[in-house]
Write a protein that binds this ligand. Structure first.
Ligand SMILES: N[C@@H](CCC(=O)N[C@@H](CS)C(=O)NCC(=O)O)C(=O)O
Length: 213
């Protein structure tokens, strides 16, 4: 029998990793479909019919035929449908959502831009790289301060806020940012990595398609 979920993505994609990580932490096996972004597979009509933005990730829920886009919205969907990592109360749920918005507003974009410049996908002058790294570090400082004296971003356990933001922070070093300057974040990443079902990006997102084990 095939797995309930099918994740479409590419191994370099932080947003794809977030969704793979959520599924793995929730104990949900998933089929993985590798998309060749270099060849523009994500802009072809068959894919656009399922993912209107022409991006990865795309999550297919075979239990009901839903095609889900936008990693943060997918995390909320999975929290709702699987009953995991959604927060223990309405207040926690709302706070987790705040962090998802904050991530996209302040952290994910500059860190992603620094990473693609650094690894040579989108060449840019050194001052542009520095601007992106500085913006990401400003956001990381906010995160580091928030984590002082607490184990998780919201409440007493891991939520989709932790999963979402871990999926960005995990690529800091590839963006040329040293997390040693953010000790609370380093301690928190270790807590995330100790969760049952945790797997790093390279284990969850192979370079070719793969069926659930
Ligand atoms: N806000 C979206 C961002 C997705 C995104 O930026 N995906 C990138 C790969 S990491 C992509 O598909 N890029 C190709 C494109 O935009 O054409 C999400 O969180 O799902």
């Amino acid at each position: 029998m095939s797995a309930r979920f099918e994740l479409h993505g590419i191994f370099v994609s932080g947003p794809t990793y977030k969704v793979g990580l959520m599924l793995s932490l929730a104990g949900e096996p998933f089929d993985y479909t590798h998309l060749n972004l270099m060849e523009g597979e994500h802009k072809q009509p068959p894919y656009l019919a399922k993912q209107r933005y022409g991006q990865v990730p795309l999550l297919v829920d075979r239990a009901n035929g839903r095609h889900l886009c936008q990693s943060a919205a997918i995390l909320e969907y999975l929290a709702d449908t699987l009953g995991k990592f959604g927060g223990a109360s309405l207040d926690e749920r709302l706070q987790a959502r705040e962090w998802l918005y904050w991530d996209f507003d302040r952290l994910a974009a500059p860190l992603y831009r620094a990473r693609v410049i650094k690894i040579g996908i989108r060449p840019a002058p050194p001052e542009v790289l520095e601007d992106c790294q500085n913006a990401a570090k400003t956001a990381l400082k906010v995160l580091d301060s928030h984590l002082a004296g607490r184990d998780w971003l919201v409440g007493e356990g891991a939520t989709i806020a932790d999963i979402d933001i871990y999926g960005v922070v995990a690529f800091s070093s590839a963006a040329g940012i040293d997390l040693a300057d953010f000790p609370q974040i380093v301690a928190w990443t270790k807590r995330v990595e100790a969760l049952p079902g945790f797997q790093p990006a390279e284990a969850l997102l192979p370079k070719t398609s793969r069926e659930a084990a």
